[in-house]
Write a protein that binds this ligand. Structure first.
Ligand code: BG6
Length: 488
């Protein structure tokens, strides 16, 4: 019983929410640098300049006019610009991760830090060096870096000038970027993921596209699938030691009742996420998706070698984020609540976080089983955690028992997935191990960290770091390899 000896305990972050230094060291603008803050009730907005010169702030789900370009308004607050400033605090932060005993640390590389516009032939050396220093520092503490090559952001230039992933040339630009990562960080990094949460990529901010039509979406996605498959092949070629995974936002859906109609609908709902794993783990488009394309009138333009590329570029493992589960209903009037990037039907058996995300530890065990049963490759829980408001007491302490309870109950289920169900789980990296900006709402008050960062929703604060109660608890969890989950 217990966790495997080589189980990778750690934590997860992403450049656009953590790194800051948005123009430092020669970095170019990314699409996410033009996304404002927001809150649970006020959506984040995207700022762009239309072809007529007019600057507009629109909902992230809005279509942009032809010729629109991302725009950064100097009078606006954009959370990615400073975020929680890993750029200037990396040594201090890594020392704190090491103090907790991290075996791995998940981070992403800002594409525009290496290739400010995206289409350059040679990288920005200062950017390359920045990450090299970080990887060396992690290795100094025996922390295995786990790199997400692309976590939601893309160089703004590629979105503005080429319509992002809709343009097939972007595959080559991405490959040039990953080639630099695989060669320059060879020997330092072995664990990679090609794209974060491939199933939630949308619109201008993440795909660089200007409209939300199914035709545009699936064409852009096809290019991403091809880019990912080529990256997997390239990564293996450059260093056979590389383990290259996919990454999906995953949570199971429970049928609300035993009506066969609900069950059938649940299969269709499951296909929505399975599609991404089917392509990246099996190497081809599943029939149910091809039928959907026929119904929608979607026609994917493919290169003659694409089918072969997808088949030969399947991933080594499945990384997934897990926060909550969903419910499938056939009722029109079902009550819904918030969830990761999409609303979910309410489950009467579950409680929810302050942001409405339903808490379901057993669902994590179910997710591990579902993924392994279907694809039979190792899985890695690369995100999990509770976004909550923390209170700093007069003595500076932060007693986040709610977070400890959430994580302990999920770790218990993970242990069952490994030991009772036989799922090979490579590791566990809770999200936002140090406080960072929320992707969904742009807030700072929605905190996930073991380490508190003094920063508020308007970007005000000293950025000072401090240890929460969960910091000491997680340190003990790692020390005992998951045996002692008690909170005392
Ligand atoms: C996942 C993302 O969607 O969930 C992260 O990979 C994100 O980037 C995390 O931060 C939690 O979501 P949120 O909206 O609470 O930040």
């Amino acid at each position: 019983m217990g966790f495997p000896k080589d189980f990778l305990w750690g934590g997860a972050t992403a450049a656009n929410q953590y790194e800051g230094g948005y123009l430092d060291g020669g970095k170019g603008l990314t699409t996410l640098d033009a996304i404002t803050g927001g809150s649970h009730t006020v959506p984040r907005r995207l700022s762009y300049q239309g072809p007529d010169g007019e600057v507009k702030f629109v909902d992230r789900s809005a279509d942009l006019p032809k010729g629109a370009k991302g725009y950064v308004d100097p009078n606006q607050y954009y959370p990615s610009h400073v975020a929680t400033d890993f750029y200037h605090h990396w040594k201090e932060d890594i020392a704190l991760f090491a103090e907790m005993g991290f075996k791995t640390f998940r981070m992403s590389i800002a594409w525009a830090r290496l290739f400010p516009r995206g289409d350059e032939l040679e990288p920005n050396e200062e950017g390359v060096q920045f990450y090299e220093n970080i990887f060396k520092e992690l290795r100094k503490y025996n922390i295995e870096p786990m790199v997400t090559l692309n976590h939601f952001d893309m160089p703004m230039y590629l979105a503005d000038e080429m319509d992002g992933w809709l343009d097939r040339r972007v595959i080559d630009y991405y490959l040039n970027f990953v080639r630099v990562c695989f060669t320059r960080y060879k020997g330092l990094v072995k664990l990679w993921k090609t794209f974060n949460e491939i199933n939630v990529l949308r619109g201008w901010e993440m795909l660089g596209v200007k409209d939300h039509s199914p035709q545009t979406y699936y064409q852009a996605l096809h290019h991403i699938f091809v880019a990912s498959a080529k990256a997997v092949q390239l990564g293996h070629l450059i260093d056979p030691e590389n383990m290259i995974g996919m990454m999906i936002a995953y949570g199971t859906n429970y049928p609300e009742d035993c009506n066969p109609e609900t069950f059938m609908k649940n299969i269709q709902e499951s296909h929505i996420k399975q599609f991404f794993c089917d392509v990246q783990c099996r190497g081809y488009y599943p029939n149910y998706k091809l039928k959907e394309f026929e119904r929608l009138g979607v026609e994917i333009k493919q290169d003659i070698y694409d089918e072969e590329v997808l088949l030969e570029g399947t991933v080594d493992f499945i990384g997934f984020s897990y926060y909550s589960s969903g419910v499938t209903t056939t009722r029109e009037d079902a009550e819904t609540t918030d969830g990761n990037q999409r609303r979910q039907v309410k489950n009467p058996y579950l409680k929810a976080s302050d942001w409405g995300w339903q808490i379901d530890p057993v669902g994590l065990r179910i997710a591990c089983n579902e993924l392994y049963d279907r694809y039979e490759i190792p899985v890695f829980v690369v995100e999990n955690g509770l976004g909550a408001i923390d209170t700093v007491e007069a003595d500076g302490s932060i007693n986040d028992d709610y977070r400890i309870d959430y994580l302990a109950r999920h770790i218990e289920q993970l242990e069952k997935a490994i030991n009772e169900d036989g799922v090979p789980v490579m590791g566990y990296t809770p999200w936002g191990c140090i406080d960072l900006v929320s992707a969904g709402t742009g807030e700072m008050r929605k905190r996930y960290g073991f380490i508190y960062v003094d920063m508020d929703d308007e970007g005000k604060g000293t950025l000072a770091r401090s240890r929460k109660k969960s910091f000491y608890w997680y340190k003990k969890v790692i020390e005992t390899n998951g045996e002692d989950l008690s909170n005392d």
